[in-house]
Design a protein around this ligand. Structure first.
Ligand code: NZQ
Ligand code: ZN
Length: 388
């Protein structure tokens, strides 16, 4: 195993109705004023926001609120939140929503606790030294932000979608009631399942020669569980057991458990973030559209891991040649994506980038990669192959 640090400070409160505990959980933080942060309306329609406020009222916690976070959350909304926090003396951020809301809260937390332009942290110009504490009430299983150290924000000035990763932003608690995800549109449920798969796969596919047997076993069980329960939800969206399995998988897929001892290769995410920045696509669906093209382009950099994925995760019988086994493994994952109505190309995703747009995305994309360190030409080739 490679050397690693595993840090998961988030208190997880899981189960139906657990959102009623929010007031008590916030009160444990000894804060003066809370900002309730949420998205475009689902928490009002479901009545969740009212229940959260009732729980805070009962605990005697005072709060202000800021809604309107969009998927692929925008920097200007976070800046609005930073100004509000300063004006109101907010010292705790309560994100009620999905990855976009939690990431926006983390951005507000950085901006309110540090001087200067918060975007510097996303451009890598400076490193934050503090972050207001964040708590999350999760409404969609997908991004894993409820336990991750990451915040992904889009600056609409130039279409830059960038990530700031720092342990300071790991939520202090995450309330996870799988029943809250029942109101999700099917497309969001399926996109979330893809994102959970991909957070595991980005750590699973790497070229380190070291053993990571236990981590691999956890990852493989997680991926098989997600696929089985995503199929159940496709047929039966109200299945609470399946929603519970998916929700817990979403957190474990991205709290770094599935990366312990390995190295990770985040190229599919980096390629997708450019698609999100330019075309505002749903993150998980974007990952589904690009992954197979990446895999076919790079698998020779770590053939044994692709064979292991094909046989242990996708249930493929090993063939005489690795190339055949690997290809059937990739096809099996594409078939799974189709079964849950996810795209396997950009055409199916509903975007048709021009050659100029592909070059722009490839140039903006952050370089790197463990299975293969992608050159500009590699990135152009992968985008072109994914066009469909
Ligand atoms: O805005 P509302 O009205 O709440 O609607 C949301 C939104 O339209 C809706 N939704 C959420 N919960 C719902 C619901 N609708 C009905 N019922 C519910 N219970 O779903 C839509 C998508 O929400 P969003 O928060 O955008 O989804 P997700 O959790 O997939 O987050 C995506 C964002 O997270 C980033 C992505 O890049 C993207 O910007 N990521 C963040 C990561 C992290 N911080 O660790 C890692 C990921 O790799 C990812 O990059
Ligand atoms: Zn993701």
């Amino acid at each position: 195993m490679k050397e690693f640090t595993y840090y998961t400070p988030t208190k997880v409160v899981f189960g139906v109705g657990t959102e009623a505990q929010v007031g008590a959980l916030v009160r444990e933080q000894h804060c003066k004023k809370v900002l309730i942060h949420y998205g475009g309306g689902s928490v009002q329609r479901s009545g969740l926001l009212d229940r959260i406020k009732a729980s805070l009222d009962a605990a005697g916690v005072s709060y202000v609120e800021l809604g309107g976070v969009v998927p692929n959350p925008h920097l200007d909304k976070a800046q609005e939140g930073i100004a509000l926090c300063r004006q109101e003396g907010v010292d705790f951020l309560l994100a009620v929503g999905g990855g976009s809301v939690i990431d926006s809260a983390k951005c507000i937390g950085y901006g309110a606790a540090n001087e200067g332009d918060v975007w510097d942290f996303y451009e890598g110009k400076r490193t934050p030294t503090a972050c207001l504490p964040v708590g999350a009430v999760l409404t969609i299983a997908a991004a894993g932000s409820e336990m991750s150290n990451s915040s992904v924000i889009t600056n609409t000035d130039g279409g830059w979608k960038r990530d700031c990763s720092n342990d300071l932003s790991r939520p202090v608690f995450a309330v996870m009631d799988p029943e809250l995800t029942m109101t999700l549109p099917d497309y969001q449920t399926a996109s979330g399942c893809v994102d959970i798969m991909m957070h595991t796969m980005e750590r699973y596919f790497n070229s380190v020669p070291e053993n990571m047997e236990l981590t691999d076993g956890i990852s493989e069980a997680l991926m098989r569980t997600v696929m089985a329960n995503a199929r159940i939800l496709h047929a039966d969206p109200k299945n609470l057991k399946a929603r519970s399995e998916i929700m817990w998988a979403g957190s474990l897929a991205h709290n770094d458990l599935t990366g312990c001892g390995g190295e990770g290769d985040w190229c599919t995410h980096r390629l997708e973030h450019e698609m999100g920045g330019m075309f505002d696509v749903t993150h998980g669906a974007g990952l589904a559209a690009i992954w197979a093209s990446w895999a076919r382009h790079v698998w020779t950099g770590a053939p044994q891991r692709f064979v292991q994925f094909a046989t242990r995760v996708m249930g493929v019988e090993p063939g005489a040649a690795d190339a055949d086994t690997v290809e059937r493994g990739i096809q099996a994952l594409e078939q799974f994506y189709r079964e849950i109505d996810m795209p396997t190309s950009m055409a199916e995703l509903g975007i048709a980038p021009t050659e100029d747009q592909i070059r722009t995305m490839a140039e903006k994309c952050i370089p790197g990669g463990s299975v293969k360190s992608l050159t500009l030409e590699d990135r152009i080739a992968i985008y072109t192959a994914a066009r469909g």
